[in-house]
Design a protein around this ligand. Sequence first.
Ligand code: KMH
Ligand code: ZN
Length: 273
Amino acid sequence: MTKLIITAALTGAEVTREQQPNLPITPEEIAQAALEAYEAGAAVVHVHARLADGTPTQDREVYREIQRLVAEACPVIFQPSTGGAVWHSAQERLQPLELNPEMATLTTGTCNFGSDIFANPQGFVEEAARMMQERGIKPEFEVFEAGMIDNALRLVKQGLVEEPLHFNFVLGVPGAMAGTVRNLVFLVDALPPGATWTVSGIGRFETPLAAVAIAMGGHVRVGFEDNIYYRKGELATSTGQLVARVVRLARELGREVASPDEARQILGLPLKT
Ligand code: KMH
Ligand code: ZN
């Protein structure tokens, strides 16, 4: 089976320090969390920027500093968010793409997100896809609802994205698809040949879906953006701790873990070293 790519979602836009005292916020803290996640086995870091007071920001200069410090710290694939927070404007959300990262996320449809709406109208999706294509940035399609797969395939027909595609199934966000094994299997079945996929189980869905994805030949995302607990009632100490558990699960299930360069090969990205 292909080696397992572990993505560490370090900060997100929603979790607060009050909820998770170890949440990395400053560029230095995010780079340190990236290093810990890399040392534990992560090949990709999914990054959201914050201002010093914890407010989510899509400011390219904050992302630039994070990108620089992460690259100094370790050779992971840097994957900034174009999702931002639900209240960010489309233009704010596109700013990290100006840094030409190897990858970036792109959600290909609108859905409920807790009591908010995560708006991704077609015009925004096409503009983001075009910008990524022009800059050679590989999209990771964030799928919160099944129709988002179809919309990613539409981008292929429009000539805005080249195959092979890479998807992340974000399962368990209140208001969107639940974190069930049935949903994961259904989504994987809907993928085109040659596509790669990872799963982000939100909250209590994180570890069970990680185990299923490892067994199915998919990839896994964990981290404070998705889940702040190590187990029920016990906060995790770091995203690295959550990554380390995925590595142990993978070993038990006979799956080797991909280095960043092995992940680049699996995802069809140019090698760095
Ligand atoms: N914060 C969510 C509203 C992404 O990073 O691309 C969107 C999100 C998706 O986290
Ligand atoms: Zn995100």
